[in-house]
Ligand binder design. Structure first.
Ligand SMILES: [Zn+2]
Ligand SMILES: [Zn+2]
Length: 197
């Protein structure tokens, strides 16, 4: 460790290479350097160093933070826009010759002397793949189910083989897909299907 440290110090330029405002315009900072930035390669002084990293300058750390802020905002926006994309693709499919798959829920009903299988039709949907659904009462930690998933005409994301909340009778009532980002995969899958029309 000690040896490495000594080597780093000896490798840095004597003065800070940051361009700053000077009395005559702009020029190098020229304060004694304390390190060299692993990203931009400039030698930096104490005031142009980053507080968190010994091998990065203040500007590169600020640039990184801004970039990750931007990509987080982009990801949020993409998730917000996904339902509209799904609805648009479902509308295209609804006008196409690609028929949605029938969905139904069967259950055993006790009659007087026998049990009868009752079938309840659910809104048809176009299958888009298998996704993990979480159940509401269990919040995040509880059981999850990998369910064949589809999109209805109205753009609703539903499991293909079980009923969900709002579709009677209730068998599984997922709050929704396991992670918010999953909706992007659903959007991509339904758009892919819509492109084949
Ligand atoms: Zn830098
Ligand atoms: Zn400086």
């Amino acid at each position: 460790m000690g040896v490495e440290f000594a080597f780093t110090i000896s490798a840095v330029a004597a003065v800070c290479e940051f361009i700053v405002k000077t009395r005559t315009g702009t020029g190098p900072c020229e304060v004694e350097a304390v390190g060299r930035c692993a990203e931009c390669g400039y030698a930096f002084c104490a005031s142009h160093s980053s507080a968190q990293f010994t091998d990065l300058c203040a500007k590169c750390v600020a640039d990184r933070a801004a970039a990750s802020q931007r990509s987080r905002a982009d990801a949020e926006r993409a998730i917000d826009e996904a339902p509209a994309r799904i609805a648009a693709a479902a509308a295209i499919l609804a006008r196409s010759s690609i028929a949605p798959e029938r969905r139904s829920y069967k259950w055993e009903e006790k009659r007087l002397l026998r049990t009868a299988t009752v079938e309840h039709a659910l809104e048809p949907a176009w299958p888009v793949g298998t996704f993990t659904w979480a159940q509401p009462e269990t919040q995040r930690q509880g059981p999850r189910s990998d369910l064949r998933t589809g999109v209805t005409r109205s753009g609703k994301i539903v499991p293909m083989d079980v009923a969900i909340d709002g579709e009677s009778p209730l068998i599984v009532s997922p709050t929704g897909l396991d992670s918010r980002g999953t909706i992007l995969q659903v959007a991509a899958a339904i758009e892919d299907l819509a492109r084949r029309t």
